[in-house]
Design a protein around this ligand. Structure first.
Ligand SMILES: [Zn+2]
Ligand SMILES: [Zn+2]
Ligand SMILES: [Zn+2]
Length: 144
């Protein structure tokens, strides 16, 4: 995953920013917690172990910056907080999430399945679609 850190470093540089040790720790945490969809506070708690002097505001700002340069994606899963996940593949389109209403587990859907729906909408409404953002709420296999 050194490639990812290199890529983040280069993107920051292009925008006139540096990969400071604090920013680097946040990137490290994002890598280590891949697939966990942590929220800002959870990321802060983990980063604090590496950088005890870091403030929550710095973590917020850094996550926003990483989102701006496309290194992470901000997720709004309607659970009252901002979650982030790695954006490794440089894909403009994020995968979809399944959210369990009972245990709050977040799962990822590998297939997209919505291309046909987009085509139908474009045809029926004469609307040019750039992207979509879909969340599925329900009960996971353990909570059913
Ligand atoms: Zn569940
Ligand atoms: Zn995800
Ligand atoms: Zn999709």
């Amino acid at each position: 995953m050194d490639n990812y850190i290199e890529a983040v470093k280069n993107k920051l540089k292009e925008e006139g920013f540096k990969l400071t040790p604090q920013r680097r720790s946040i990137v490290d945490i994002m890598l280590k917690s891949k697939g966990q969809h942590l929220n800002s506070e959870e990321i802060y708690d983990l980063v604090k172990k590496q950088c005890p002097e870091i403030g929550l505001a710095t973590v917020y700002r850094t996550l926003q910056l990483l989102d701006d340069i496309g290194a992470v994606s901000k997720l709004n899963l309607d659970d009252g907080c901002c979650r982030y996940e790695l954006n490794i593949n440089d894909e403009s389109h994020n995968h979809h999430h399944l959210i369990c209403k009972k245990c709050n587990k977040i799962m990822e859907v590998e297939e997209d399945l919505l291309e046909t729906l987009e085509e139908e909408i474009e045809k029926n409404y004469g609307f040019k679609i750039f992207d979509h953002d879909v969340k599925f709420f329900g009960l996971c296999d353990d909570c059913k």
